[in-house]
Write a protein that binds this ligand. Structure first.
Ligand SMILES: [Zn+2]
Length: 228
């Protein structure tokens, strides 16, 4: 909470005016931060139930996990590149997969804010804003800008970035193994209302050790963190 700056309050206003479905209001969080010394049993129960949301230089962490979705964005200047732990994790996963006779392909990884902006604007020009919002993240709202997300395909390129990837042997193996490498299937089937994205079997998000608990829970990241 210590570094929470003006960005937080701008975000809170955005929540209240533009996003009626987000149940965690900025008000609750501010209240939580404003009474750190209330140690009554009821207050401690309340605090345990609330996710710990922290903003550092415009980047949102919920219980120490970086979160980007329709509600939480990244600043245009956030430009970390693909993180080395992610490279190590996916290379190991691809290698272990190949020993099972599977053939993984890295389809995309880090994207800058500016690149996402170009992509999004080209979609808007082609299909209109409403249609573009159905399938593309707005700039600042793509998880690829975190340097912690990758899109994975199989040798069968016909399934690249399509739900059919979910029917490949590669996905079948990856679905139950990705967490061992620190990844979660970020946009699972049937969770579009919560994550804001249709089922994307190809999109992996690196969260590190906590991936196992998220996998076991069967929840989307938003549900797991209590920000759905
Ligand atoms: Zn992706």
């Amino acid at each position: 909470m210590k570094t929470m700056g003006t960005g937080f309050f701008i975000l809170a206003v955005f929540f209240l005016t533009a996003c009626g479905t987000v149940t965690l209001s900025g008000e609750e969080t501010q209240d939580h931060a404003a009474h750190p010394k209330d140690y009554s049993v009821a207050a401690i129960d309340d605090m345990a139930a609330l996710p710990d949301i922290e903003m550092v230089d415009g980047v949102t962490y919920v219980d120490d996990i970086l979160v980007v979705n329709e509600a939480f964005s990244l600043p245009a200047s956030y430009n970390p590149g693909l993180q080395p732990e992610v490279v190590e994790a996916y290379q190991q996963m691809f290698q272990d997969g190949s020993e099972e006779g599977l053939d993984f392909v890295l389809v995309s990884d880090f994207r800058t804010y500016q690149y996402q902006e170009q992509l999004y604007n080209s979609y808007v020009a082609r299909d209109g804003r409403e249609a573009a919002d159905e399938y593309s993240a707005r700039p600042g709202h793509s998880e690829h800008q975190t340097g912690l997300a990758i899109d994975v395909g199989s040798a069968d390129s016909a399934t690249t970035l399509s739900v059919e990837f979910g029917d490949t042997p590669e996905f079948e193996w990856m679905e139950s193994a990705a967490h061992e490498y620190g990844f979660i299937i970020r946009y699972p089937e049937g969770k579009a209302e919560i994550t804001g994205y249709q089922y994307e079997p190809w999109h992996l998000r690196y969260v590190g050790e906590e991936a196992a608990a998220i996998y076991e829970s069967g929840l989307s990241l938003e549900e797991y963190l209590g920000i759905d």
